[in-house]
Design a protein around this ligand. Structure first.
Ligand SMILES: *Cc1c(COP(=O)(O)O)cnc(C)c1O
Length: 443
């Protein structure tokens, strides 16, 4: 049982309960060298090599990835007109350079879930193939393109197996599409938040979509139970998966190269601020973990959550992680940001983020559509409303809490050189008529 009285003495919980937009600074954030971590850079390297091994198969199934040689990666672009617009309209002073990381355009799934989700399906595939002699240790060691490509002729084999996942939409798209293409029977358990077009698209791929009236956590729970009852079924558990987490983490090494190419490598003189929309925490957590491994103290990561679903903030600020959910403090968990509509965080992530994360802020839904329209107008780039939460991270630069953080970390002098990355987490697959609807949504 939760001690509600004690919780009510916590000023952060009081603000969250009132659905105030706040920035919470993580009191346990320490210099990177002092962080105690259960995973290391070796784990990320292992994930990166696995994705590399599967590149020939990815190219075969998804020819759009051929130019990037089977590596699923997204552009990093300057958005100076959006930067100007934000500064003027929202009175956010943004010193330095604002960039957009377009995971909204990632191949196959059109969202950040193309990182974790596809990685986990491939990892499972490699394990199954090894166990049943479709791949051999030697193929793994040598990264045999031929052996991995040959898996495309074994759809019959994979069809004996099922992959299942619970989702608010985008994870289902990523796991569902990848699983179906490899040959698996795929079942996606969709929570009530999931948009119709995502269910329709999955059904076109031959994926079984089960719909629930309930929230995300119970869709996961029911999916997990059904999967556990079938020994040939594998459940991708977004609330507990280290595989997903490591798939996301690979993003950091790729980002490093992109920043270097642009002449913007982060260092002590050029701090990097990253704003990541957060649902259950796996994607922003994995990316943050990777970024800290790569850039150490030069990077400052902030999550952004909807005011009605601040599950990670609630978990970290109370120290209860996944032992508390937003309903416990009287919030609905309902938000237009369907990709972030999560009431209970991934517990493992809260632990890993404890020494690494700079802070978490919350955003009201109405701003998401505003940012979406502004980005479209200024840069002609479409991203989905959930993604737009990233821009809310910048609002706090003019506020006292953030000033305190900047002073504590000796960052004031370096701000003119700072790099800000708004991490756009989804959008490419949103159908035209839905984009039209979003454009006319005012809350
Ligand atoms: C899933 C998702 C996120 C957040 O990822 P989590 O792992 O749930 O925290 C952010 N934006 C979009 C569009 C998403 O689909």
């Amino acid at each position: 049982m939760l001690h509600m009285e004690k919780l009510d003495n916590n000023p952060v919980v009081r603000d969250l309960r009132k659905t105030k937009e706040i920035l919470w600074l993580n009191p346990d954030h320490v210099p990177f060298a002092q962080a105690q971590l259960a995973l290391t850079a070796v784990d990320i390297d292992d994930a990166e090599r696995r994705l590399q091994r599967f590149a020939p198969l990815i190219m075969k199934y998804f020819p759009e990835t051929i130019p990037a040689q089977g590596i699923i990666e997204s552009p990093l672009v300057r958005i100076p007109d959006m930067q100007r617009d934000l500064q003027e309209k929202e009175q956010m002073p943004i010193d330095g350079t604002l960039l957009l990381k377009q995971d909204s355009d990632l191949a196959i799934a059109g969202s950040v879930k193309a990182r974790g989700g596809i990685y986990e399906v491939l990892k499972h595939t490699e394990e199954l193939a090894l166990r049943h002699g479709l791949l051999h240790e030697q193929d793994v060691k040598n990264g045999s393109a031929q052996a991995y490509e040959a898996l495309a002729h074994r759809k019959d084999f994979f069809h004996q197996y099922t992959v299942q996942v619970g989702s608010t939409g985008n994870l289902g798209l990523s796991i569902g599409i990848m699983s179906a293409v490899i040959g698996y029977q795929a079942v996606v358990h969709m929570s009530a938040d999931a948009r119709q077009w995502k269910k329709d698209l999955l059904r076109q791929y031959g994926v079984t979509v089960k719909e629930y009236e309930s929230d995300y956590s119970s869709a996961v729970k029911q999916g997990r139970a059904l999967s556990d009852a079938d020994s040939n079924s594998y459940f991708v558990d977004d609330e507990n998966s280290k595989n997903l987490f490591l798939g996301y983490a690979v993003a950091a090494k790729r980002l490093k190269k992109q920043l270097e190419t642009m002449g913007l490598a982060p260092n002590e003189q050029r701090p990097l601020f990253v704003y990541l929309p957060c649902g259950v925490g796996g994607a922003p957590g994995g990316i943050t973990f990777g970024l800290k491994q790569v850039f150490g103290d030069a990077v400052h990561c902030f999550f952004v959550e909807p005011t009605q679903a601040p599950c990670m903030l609630l978990g970290m600020a109370t120290g209860l992680n996944n032992r508390i959910c937003v309903k416990d403090i009287g919030l609905t968990g309902l938000t237009h940001a369907d990709g972030l509509a999560v009431g209970r965080p991934f517990g493992f992530v809260g632990g890993v983020m404890k020494p690494l994360l700079s802070g978490i802020c919350t955003v009201a839904d109405f701003r998401l559509y505003q940012y979406m329209r502004d980005l479209l107008k200024t840069e002609n780039i479409f991203i989905e409303p959930s993604s737009c939460a990233a821009f809310a991270g910048l609002r706090y630069f003019s506020q006292l809490v953030m000033q305190k953080y900047l002073e504590q970390h000796n960052l004031i002098q370096q701000l003119p050189q700072a790099i800000h990355i708004a991490w756009a987490t989804g959008g490419a697959l949103v159908p035209e008529e839905i984009r039209e609807q979003y454009q006319h949504t005012y809350l």
